[in-house]
Design a protein around this ligand. Structure first.
Ligand code: BES
Ligand code: MN
Ligand code: ZN
Length: 477
């Protein structure tokens, strides 16, 4: 979809469909025939409610925006999704939104995001893909909002690409396919350098935890390293963004049950968020230094698979007893965290579909945030709140860490009790991040199948792209 902004009135554009908002208190930008819908009572201010009329050869959509005091980017996303849905049904091609008055850029950002997220389809494998939707979105505002619209369009396109990666089945999105995809970023963007380590190099470098997960699969593993040096950001330590990319998690020999196992193609959504967040940062030429480290492998049972009880050595020398091969994400992340520290990162964010427990705790509304640094945690939290990728902090504590002490090795990858399992997973990672300010974002509940008006309810959400972009943008004081 093409996005543009104009200071002309909607009627001054060539749009076939014009959208106006209506607040619950009656305030609206609509006039003429469109305001007739209000007088007749058809249009209402309830968030997302719709009414349509025609005048002078154009279609007018009135959409409820809810209470004016509570209006922000999320409400704009919801309203924009409603408008996009109706516009698609009606066969609209060029849609012009009159941007409602709201503080800052929230309305512009929200309309662009809500429209693009709602218009997203994953129909690559369907025989008869749906008819085309809206092709052009025009934002009409009194002031020039083109820069805010452009930035939102870039980030949301990246989010939708992350959804594509998540939705792609594991037979097509193998670790090598993901690495090849990431490598293209280096060719497309100035300041981006991508390199990869294959399975043998991962082993030889001493990443025994990562290698153990990979050894059961016929697909070779990849550690994907994405360096981005923004303009004027040549010196200073990079921000490390670490992503879990298990392209399929069967559980390994600690095999999962078959119910919902298909969903484990989404177990690479953290890695996808890292790759696409860096793509967006590069496209926006944000002046930061970032190092993305994505651990990509399958987790499968086989004659060569790692066995419960096996002891492996991570990159920093830590010995780990693998007591449950389904707790594989933390093994891969442990080595990726060691690697990022070795590359000189002075702040870390890891993002991973790590535990079923975080879904029980927080559902699909908040991702879990765990951190060894209050200031860093607050920055990540605030970034998430600003862009609508919400995170909620859960505590760390030495008691939890103790549950990850190994019996025969330094650590075990499975907590000794079935308690606080999102947190014990984080404590395992905490061992490897040490004192480096680190934030762990567990997205097992938010990465797919989220019921929001701008998502279809199933499939990958691209959660984390906006969070990481905003975190990276604000990383220095
Ligand atoms: N990828 C899963 C976590 C997951 C489960 C994400 C369900 C989304 C939905 C992860 O690798 C896993 O299997 N974790 C185990 C850890 C346990 C064996 C200690 C879990 O959470 O059950
Ligand atoms: Mn698992
Ligand atoms: Zn997993």
């Amino acid at each position: 979809m093409h996005i543009q902004a104009t200071t002309q009135s909607p009627l001054g554009t060539d749009a076939d469909t014009i959208a106006h908002g209506l607040f619950a208190d009656g305030q609206t930008s609509a006039e003429g025939a469109a305001s007739e819908l209000i007088r007749s009572g058809e249009a209402r201010g309830k968030l997302g409610s719709l009414a349509v009329t025609h005048d002078q050869g154009r279609r007018f959509v009135l959409v409820g925006l809810g209470d004016r005091a509570g209006f922000g980017a999320e409400q704009a996303r919801v309203a924009a999704a409603a408008v996009d849905g109706r516009a698609r049904e009606l066969g609209a091609e060029a849609l012009c939104w009159r941007v409602p008055a709201a503080p800052g850029e929230a309305a512009v950002t929200g309309i662009v995001e809500g429209t693009l997220l709602h218009a997203y389809r994953f129909d690559r494998y369907k025989a008869d893909a749906e008819a085309r939707g809206v092709e052009r979105l025009i934002l009409s505002a009194e002031q020039d909002v083109s820069e805010a619209a452009r930035q939102a369009a870039v980030v949301t396109a990246a989010q939708n690409r992350a959804r594509d990666l998540g939705n792609t089945p594991a037979n097509d999105l193998t670790p090598t396919a993901l690495a090849d995809y990431a490598a293209q970023l280096g060719e497309r963007h100035e300041g981006v350098t991508v390199s990869t380590l294959d399975g043998a190099q991962i082993r030889e470098l001493g990443m025994g935890a990562f290698a153990a997960v990979a050894q059961g699969s016929a697909q070779d593993a990849r550690l994907i390293r994405i360096e981005y040096n923004g303009p004027g950001a040549a010196s200073g330590a990079p921000l490390g963004l670490i992503g879990k990319a298990i392209t399929f998690d069967s559980g390994g020999l600690s095999l999962k049950t078959s119910r919902d196992m298909d969903e484990m193609k989404f177990d690479m959504c953290g890695g996808a968020a890292v790759i696409e967040a860096i793509a967006a940062l590069a496209e926006l030429r944000v002046p930061v230094r970032v190092l993305g480290v994505v651990g990509a492998t399958e987790n499968l049972p086989s004659g060569t698979a790692v066995k419960p009880g096996d002891i492996v050595r991570a990159l920093d020398g830590t010995t780990i007893e693998i007591d449950n091969t389904d707790a594989e994400g933390r093994l891969v992340l442990a080595d990726c965290i060691c690697y990022a520290r070795g590359e000189g990162c002075d702040r870390l964010v890891d993002i991973a579909t790590l535990t079923g427990a975080v879904v029980v705790a927080l559902g699909s509304t908040y991702a879990g945030l765990m951190s060894n640094d209050d200031d860093w945690a607050e920055r990540v939290h605030a970034a998430g709140a600003r862009v609508g990728d919400a995170v909620w902090r859960l505590p760390l504590h030495p008691d939890y860490a103790r549950l990850m002490d190994g019996r025969y090795a330094q650590l075990t990858n499975r907590g000794r009790k079935r308690e606080a399992m999102a947190i014990t997973a984080a404590e395992f990672l905490h061992h490897f991040s040490g004192d480096v300010p680190w934030a762990h974002v567990d997205i097992a509940g938010t990465a797919w199948d989220v019921s929001r008006p701008y998502f279809t309810g199933h499939g990958a959400t691209g959660y984390g792209v906006r969070l990481l972009v905003e975190t990276a943008r604000t990383v220095r004081p």
